[in-house]
Design a protein around this ligand. Structure first.
Ligand code: FMN
Length: 257
C-alpha cells in the first residue's frame, strides 16, 4: 500500500463501532433530569450531519415543558392504543424474530406510549419546507442518527419515534411549529432503566448483493473475515421459496421495518 493509500483511521474506531452496535431503542427511561451540557453535545453531533447542499434548513426543538409533553404524549398514546398496537398485536413478528422477542418489543413500546411524557427531555428535529418527502427526510435523518449515537455515547437512552405523526397537525400545533416547518421525529431522551445491549439485525449475507440484484455477496464467505461480528440472525424463509440462494435473496426475503 502506498503512503497515499493509507486510510486515515481515527484512533478510537473500536469505540465508535461499539457505540453503533449498541445503540438500541431505549424506551424505559428514568425521569431524572439530564444536564444541558449533555443535550448540547447531542445537538452538536446532530448538526455535524450532512444535509442537501449543506442548506441546514433544520431546527431542533428541545422540549422540557411538562404541559407540552403531557399534551403531545396523550396523542402519542392514542395513536398507539387506537391504531398501532392493535395492528402489531394481530400481526406477525419481523422475519427471523421469535414471538417471545416480539412480545418484549411490544411491551417496551407500550411502556413508552404510557410514559413518554416522563422522559426528562425530548428533541424534535424539524425541517423547513412544504411536504415531507424522501428527499427532505434525507436532509434530517442523518442528524437524527448522529444524535441517537451521541446520546448512547453519553450513556443516555433514546428512541426514534414517528408514531405521533398519526396526529401530525394536532401535535405540530401543540409544539408551536410555525407554518412552513414540519417535525420528522420525536426523540424522548433520558437515563435508561435497563442496559444497552447489542442490536439484533438480519445477517449481511442475506441482504447484501454483489454487482447484480439478488447475487448474494462474497464479502461474508471469506473464512478470515466471516460476518459474525454482529449478533445477527437469518431470515425465516417460507420453504417453497428456497430454490436457490439467488431466489432466496430476491424473493420474499425482505426485512420489514
Ligand atoms: C422510521 C422509524 C420510526 C420509528 N417509530 C417508532 C415509534 O413511533 N415508537 C417506537 O417505540 N419505536 C419506533 N421506532 C424504533 C424501531 O421500532 C426500532 O428501531 C426497531 O424495532 C429496532 O430496534 P432497536 O432500535 O432496539 O434495535 C422507529 C424507528 C424508525 C426507523
Amino acid at each position: 500500500m502506498t503512503e497515499h493509500a493509507m486510510p486515515d483511521v481515527a484512533p478510537n474506531t473500536a469505540d465508535l463501532f461499539e457505540i453503533i452496535q449498541t445503540t438500541r431503542s431505549m424506551r424505559r427511561l428514568k425521569p431524572d433530569p439530564v444536564p444541558n451540557e449533555l443535550i448540547r453535545k447531542i445537538l452538536e453531533a446532530g448538526v455535524c450531519a450532512p444535509s442537501g447542499g449543506n442548506m441546514q434548513r433544520w431546527r431542533f426543538l428541545v422540549i422540557r415543558d411538562p404541559k407540552i409533553k403531557q399534551t403531545v404524549g396523550a396523542y402519542y398514546k392514542r395513536a398507539w392504543d387506537e391504531q398501532v398496537a392493535p395492528r402489531y398485536r394481530s400481526g406477525e413478528p419481523a422475519p427471523g424474530m421469535s414471538r417471545e422477542r416480539f412480545l418484549r418489543l411490544l411491551d417496551a413500546a407500550e411502556y413508552l406510549a404510557a410514559h413518554i411524557h416522563e422522559a426528562p427531555v425530548w428533541i424534535v428535529p424539524c425541517l423547513e419546507g412544504g411536504t415531507p418527502t424522501r428527499t427532505s427526510g434525507s436532509s434530517i435523518y442523518p442528524a437524527v442518527q448522529n444524535m441517537l449515537l451521541a446520546a448512547r455515547a453519553l450513556g443516555l437512552g433514546a428512541t426514534l419515534t414517528t408514531l405521533y405523526l398519526q396526529f401530525e397537525k394536532e401535535v405540530e400545533s401543540a409544539l408551536g411549529l410555525p407554518p412552513g416547518f414540519h417535525s420528522y421525529a420525536l426523540l424522548p431522551i433520558g437515563y435508561p432503566m435497563g442496559r444497552f445491549g447489542p442490536v439484533r439485525r438480519v445477517a449481511l449475507s442475506d441482504i447484501v448483493y454483489d454487482d447484480r440484484w439478488g447475487q448474494l455477496t462474497k464479502i461474508c464467505s471469506d473464512p478470515e473475515h466471516p460476518c459474525d461480528g454482529l449478533r445477527s440472525y437469518r431470515f425465516v424463509i417460507p420453504r417453497r421459496t428456497v430454490l436457490s440462494r439467488t431466489i432466496l435473496a430476491s424473493s420474499s426475503a425482505r426485512p420489514r421495518v
